[in-house]
Structures are given as C-alpha cells and as structure tokens.
Design a binder for this molecule. Structure first.
Ligand code: ADE
Length: 228
C-alpha cells in the first residue's frame, strides 16, 4: 500500500480532499487510510521536524504502508536551483547532528551511516512522474542531496555552509529522519521537495507565498503515483 507523507497542512490538504473511502486511524499524527483514484493509500500529516517524521513513518508501516513517498517544500541550496524547481533526494544527511567531539565528521548520528539513500526503483518512478508533470511547466527536476535538521534556514551564510559541507541541493526538516526511520523499518521510501525559498534572508516571506503552488503540484504527483 502506497504511503504518502507531508509535514504541514498545506502539504497534505489537497491530497486529503481527493481521497475516497476515508478512515481515520489512531496514531501519533493525523493518519488516514483511503483510496486515491481507486488505489489504497495511507496519508500522514506528520508535523514539522525530524522526530515527527520518524514517528509517522513507523505508524504508517503499522497501518500497512509498504512504501512511503514524502512530498513537501524545501529551501534551495545548490547553485542553479531556485523557487519552483524540484529536488528528489538521492542522499540524505542530518546537518544538525554533531558528534565532532568524538572525532566524527559533522552530520553523523553515532551508530548510523554517513548518509542514507532512497529506494532506487521508487525514486526512478517518482522522477519519471515528476519530469512528465513538471517539464512542460518549465521547472527543473533534479536528483540531489537533501539535508535535514530541526532548523528553518533563513541565512545565506548557512546556505553556503550546507553547500560546501554536505554538497546539498535542498534543506528541509524531515527527509533524513524519514530516511533513517525507513531504513530501520525496512520500507522503501522517496522524498520530493518543491523549492519554496532560497533559505536566505527572504525565506520567511517566500516560503508562505509559495505553499499553494506546492500543494497543487504535490497533489498532481500523488495522483500520478496512484495511477502508475
Ligand atoms: N522548508 C522550506 N524552506 C525551508 C528552509 N528554508 N529551511 C528549512 N526547511 C524548509
């Protein structure tokens, strides 16, 4: 069963509206089972941040999800990417993990790998669906490193640091936690991020202005995956 995850109301609202046969499930966050274009799905609104994403992933698997696709917004980090472009994570790192006191490089959670990778087949499927949807709209769709942390980034210097330290394409607050949880749970996952801001001094005004557009595009992807 396809699992669809978003963090915020705007990231799940339009998908929820299109679900049929909706059943509300108990869980650590809003968790719904239903059908999208006839396909059974589990939809979670996990809430913001790494812990919420990990909790939701676990609850979705318990509810029967056999794959999880996160759709949401992120800040642009790589040069050449801007608002409206799309990043599908091909590597995930937690930029706020710091075990440097014990000699580890920055971004390592002790006992965990240096980075996580998504399921290749699911990511290829997601990339294909996105290129069909977004290409004609003129947006770049790229695979790249997504870095996550419990921080909203709104500072050009921090963006430069994320770029040079992690070779990141996008920054957000859940993807690498879903990656860590999914790897422990043994469930295939993919993360899609539509860039809502450039994580710089304008980020706090760009981000809310862009959410409706991102919501529509997340819904279109969910339909394409349900119909695949
Ligand atoms: N999600 C969208 N924009 C973001 C940013 N600038 N930092 C962290 N998460 C985000």
């Amino acid at each position: 069963m396809l699992g669809l995850m978003g963090a915020m109301e705007d990231e799940v609202r339009l998908i929820r509206e299109d679900l049929d046969e909706v059943v509300e499930l108990d869980g650590p966050c809003e968790l719904l089972r239903g059908r999208l274009d006839g396909t059974p799905v589990v939809l979670a609104k996990c809430g913001i941040g790494k812990v919420n994403a990990a909790l939701a992933a676990s609850a979705m698997v318990q509810a029967g999800a056999t794959s999880i696709v996160f759709t949401g917004v992120a800040g642009a980090v790589a040069p050449g990417l801007g608002i409206g472009d799309v990043v599908v994570g091909d590597k995930f790192r937690q930029h706020d993990a710091d075990d440097t006191a014990f000699g580890n490089p920055i971004g390592i959670v002790p006992g965990e790998p240096a980075f996580w990778e998504p399921d290749p087949d699911l990511s290829t499927k997601v990339l294909g669906a996105l290129r069909a949807l977004e290409g004609p709209r003129g947006h770049h769709v790229v695979a790249g490193t997504i870095v996550s942390g419990d921080q909203f980034i709104a500072q050009a210097e921090k963006v430069a640091w994320l770029r040079t330290t992690f070779d990141a394409s996008a920054v957000e607050m859940e993807g690498a936690a879903l990656a860590q949880a999914a790897s422990h749970l043994g469930v295939p996952f993919a993360v899609v991020r539509i860039l809502s801001d450039s994580a710089d001094g304008d980020a706090t005004s760009d981000f809310p202005a862009f959410l409706n557009d991102a919501a529509r595009r997340g819904r279109d992807l969910a339909h394409a995956l349900a119909q695949a």
